[in-house]
Design a protein around this ligand. Structure first.
Ligand code: TXA
Ligand code: MG
Length: 324
């Protein structure tokens, strides 16, 4: 693990080439996707993948998403299905992760899957992520680039604030447009929603032509199937209370829709804007050191992912932040 300050790279030809070279050398490089910034490492290099877990303070049973530049590149690693094809055709590249049975004979580090027989795959859309994946030319394992259990990063500055001296470089390409992590769909049995995210459930069901089994709930409390879906997660340092209307004295108030508040997820009640602003505003309000109250947010569309992240941020914290 690096202990010197990280280099900031920019998504021009030189920055992309340098980022790819660092990945090839087994170093950690944080890079932007349309959802959140990822903490990337060569997925075939066990030591590099181990460095991800070390930098994040992440428990080793929590598997990682492998990022690839195209559907064709992704198919090499898994047993592909008709449903995978439907979803990949409709939503890749984009904010969707598919979990499929791992194919034999792959060269991924077993630390990537944490020993599971399935693999989570994603083809991100953001041009700088695509350019980096193409330049690197192999699978990149990347969790969100935050210390384990903390708020996910949607800017390069968030990455540096959380992991600044633990990674070789961050590729700075501005704020993430979606702002919440990818939606995860399990396809190793009947299609199931494993994590609500940047692609709404309604869009997935329309593409599949069938309802998805729900393995999570908007309040995140039951049927936790993505191994990382532990309840207390995405935690700001300050306590957080959701569905708060009105706020209590002493709380900073994060609004939604037209209302008096300290900051607003979206004054016009737009869920896309709210998702894109969510983590940035949580970082910002957390810096004030006061308890945070959040106004009710609808639960349809991207509201499902927003409520899921808020519920985890509001969940009781173990004394030891431990494996979150
Ligand atoms: O938007 C995103 O998905 C971002 C960007 C960087 O791609 N990545 C991200 O990764 O959110 P991470 O590691 O923070 O969350 C990945 C989730 C975890 O909850 C993990 O347990 C779950 O995916 N996961 C990974 N492999 C899995 C598998 N084989 N089966 C079920 N869940 C899996
Ligand atoms: Mg994460």
């Amino acid at each position: 693990m690096t202990t010197s300050p990280s280099t900031t790279l920019y998504p021009d030809a030189e920055g992309i080439a340098q980022a790819a070279a660092l990945l090839r050398a087994g170093q950690l490089v944080a890079f932007p996707t349309e959802t959140v910034y990822g903490l990337g490492a060569d997925a075939c290099n066990g030591e590099a993948v181990a460095a991800i877990y070390a930098a994040k303070g992440r428990p080793s049973f929590n598997p990682l998403i492998v990022h690839l530049p195209s559907v064709q590149a992704a198919q090499r690693y898994v047993v592909w299905t008709d449903d995978a094809d439907r979803l990949a055709q409709a939503f890749w590249p984009g904010p969707l992760t598919l979990v499929l049975p791992l194919r034999e004979g792959h060269d991924l580090s077993s630390l990537v899957t944490a020993g599971l027989s399935t693999l989570a795959l994603r083809v991100p859309e953001k041009a700088s992520a695509q350019a980096l994946l193409e330049a690197f030319g192999g699978p990149v394992a990347a969790p969100s680039a935050n210390p384990s259990g903390k708020i996910s990063p949607t800017t390069a500055q968030h990455v540096l604030d959380g992991l600044g001296n633990k990674i070789a470089a961050v590729l700075d390409d501005g704020p993430c447009s979606v702002g919440v992590e990818s939606t995860i769909v399990g396809l190793d049995g009947a299609p199931a929603l494993l994590r609500a995210g940047g692609l709404p459930l309604e869009a997935l069901e329309a593409a599949l032509g069938a309802p998805l089994a729900l393995k999570t709930t908007p309040d995140g409390s039951t049927d936790i199937t993505a191994p990382g879906q532990l309840q207390s997660h995405y935690a700001p340092k300050a306590p957080l209370r959701m569905n708060a209307d009105p706020p209590r004295p002493g709380e900073v108030f994060l609004g939604f829709g037209p209302m008096a508040c300290d900051e607003t997820l979206s004054e016009s009640g737009d869920l896309h804007e709210a998702a894109a602003r969510l983590f940035d505003l949580l970082h910002k309000l957390d810096a004030r050191g006061q308890p945070i109250a959040v106004a009710p947010v609808p639960t349809h569309g991207l509201g499902r992912a927003i409520n899921d992240r808020l519920a985890r941020a509001a969940a009781p914290r173990p004394n030891d932040p431990g494996p979150t």
